[in-house]
Design a protein around this ligand. Sequence first.
Ligand SMILES: [Zn+2]
Length: 271
Amino acid sequence: MPELPEVEVTRLSFASAIAGASILHATLGKPLRWPLGIEVGSLVGCKVMRVRRRGKYLLIDLDQGMLLVHLGMSGSLSFGPARAQPGPHDHFDMLTTQGLLRLHDPRRFGAVVYADDQQDPRAIKLLGHLGVEPLEDSFDPGVFFQGLKKRQAPIKQVLLAGDLVVGVGNIYASEALFLAGIRPTMRAAKISQPRAQRLHQAIKQVLARAVAQGGSSLRDFSNAQGQNGYFQLEAMVYDRAGEACRVCSSTIKRIVQGQRSTFFCPACQKP
Ligand SMILES: [Zn+2]
């Protein structure tokens, strides 16, 4: 599923191209995870001001209101010249004066939701509980350590929960824990301050690197211009069960935590 870097890569791939565009036509396909919340035709005539990101949501600011877009499990956005009619898996089309924005989402866990602004209850419901942004200065190592101390769950699951720091999904949690040398099963509250600091750095480093690489193309991700990412080619542990650790040559292990696969090196990552 698209994680924070893929959502940020998507944003970067169309934000400047769509800014300033007026909406000429908008249509919905099959129902998505949540309804749009307004008549889709009422978007016509609105102007796209800019595209921001909060966690894994893209926030498309209009001159009146905003659209919150989530890619769900299998969604991808494309933006470019107007083209063929929507296919069976295209569930939101927005034709603008600068191109067509299309949401393709075979599994339909994604959504496009309209809100008046970020204080709208519809926006608060989706964004209100999100933790700090890992790539912004508000992600503070001291606050992160204090947050870990209050949580008894395994560190991998605390990262995935998203309330301490947002957008660290399955791939990047495994990778950041490897970089920090921390076993994913370790209880968050047991992590020492120096190790918490290393993990804080590792999260920033892994996510920034993934954005720079165009995201990961596992699960067929591509950005809004149809380009693939390359992060998965340099993954240290993710999806490498049975292969040799790139640092110590030990065999990478796979376990299941909260129904999600976790990958780690039993030698490099200490409990
Ligand atoms: Zn190793």
